[in-house]
Design a protein. Structure first.
Length: 136
């Protein structure tokens, strides 16, 4: 198995574990742990910037949907940060949590498809960065 394959398998395990978490704030934390394992490289870029940049581009080509995903990630990241950094449990919009989980599922599916042509997540992230640079 390649590095990417192992990352995907680990991610599926973490995703399933998070879905069984009854405390929804803790579930959001666990979902972000899973997301970070999928799309963070070893760069110094802030976590939320990396997550919004890569996930929105991997999951859809539709610009309006990308904007929605970015907004949703920021909302959920705020819940994560409140819980992790301040031990505060925030109220969670269950529909938005469902959409968040849906997009994570889609991300995993896309990465499985990309694992045919990539052996590391870093090559996928570099491809996105190169496309962004080429767009200007």
């Amino acid at each position: 198995m390649t590095e990417l394959d192992l990352t995907i398998v680990n991610s599926i395990t973490l995703f399933a574990k998070a879905l069984y978490q009854n405390n929804l704030n803790q579930r959001v934390v666990e979902l972000f742990t899973q997301l970070e394992s999928l799309v963070l490289s070893d760069s110094n870029e802030p976590i939320l910037n990396s997550l919004t940049k890569y996930i929105s581009k991997l999951v859809t080509k539709n610009i309006e949907e990308r904007k929605f995903i970015i907004s949703l990630l920021k909302e959920m990241y705020g819940i994560r940060s409140s819980y992790v950094h301040h031990a505060k449990q925030r109220e969670i919009n269950i529909q938005n949590l469902g959409k968040f989980q849906y997009y994570i599922h889609n991300l995993i599916t896309v990465l499985i498809e990309l694992s045919i042509s990539h052996i590391t997540k870093d090559t996928i992230l570099k491809e996105i960065d190169d496309a962004i640079l080429a767009a200007y």
